[in-house]
Design a protein around this ligand. Sequence first.
Ligand SMILES: Nc1nc2c(ncn2[C@@H]2O[C@H](COP(=O)(O)OP(=O)(O)OP(=O)(O)O)[C@@H](O)[C@H]2O)c(=O)[nH]1
Length: 215
Amino acid sequence: MDEEEAEQSSAVCGYYNEDLTHKTILVGDSGVGKTSLLVQFDQGKFIPGSFSATVGIGFTNKVVTVGDVKVKLQIWDTAGQERFRSVTHAYYRDAHALLLLYDITSKSSFDNIRAWLTEIHEYAQSDVVIMLLGNKADMGSGRAIKREDGERLAREYGVIFMETSAKTGINVDLAFMTVAKELIGRSIEPPTDPKFQIHDMTEVDTRKTSCCGFT
Ligand SMILES: Nc1nc2c(ncn2[C@@H]2O[C@H](COP(=O)(O)OP(=O)(O)OP(=O)(O)O)[C@@H](O)[C@H]2O)c(=O)[nH]1
């Protein structure tokens, strides 16, 4: 790429820094499947039956590849139980992305989504990526919340929506991939940055951060 081409490319695409680690937090009522979703994404397996509520908070590091770009996610699994709520609030503040789950077979977990979103807006940064996930989509016969109701709520709050199953794995990778794409979009440094130098453009080229490929 010559200098002129690089300039044109950077004007459109900007620069994504692969060294960034994005703190991504799973939230939602107890029992909606946060731990199961993370285990499915991380290890590709589902451990049925026994439900042991998460106590406290822990994280898993994962790298998601979007096109040729590597996005580092530090995924935090929080405890859904009310008694741990004050602990999890503290983690919202520096979160880059929040995956908010309800269980499609549990009306109460869906009804609580508004309260979760209010809490998120209170404690998280205003540009946090929020994704609403209707989990346990494999349990069609026990469904209490229509897909359209999830979509409508997500539209109302301007967040991304998907139904997932931590059991079958449906849409699990896609959910994290979508979050990664959004994070790239929000993290791209504007090409007008005065610190932007020719040698930086070379790096842009080698990492193929063509933003056109992320959408
Ligand atoms: N059929 C089905 N069951 C699921 C799914 N996801 C989770 N479960 C089950 O739901 C129960 C709760 O799952 P967890 O992953 O422990 O829920 P959690 O949201 O992490 O709960 P807390 O740690 O208390 O906040 C377990 O018995 C899981 O096996 C799913 O997609 N489909």
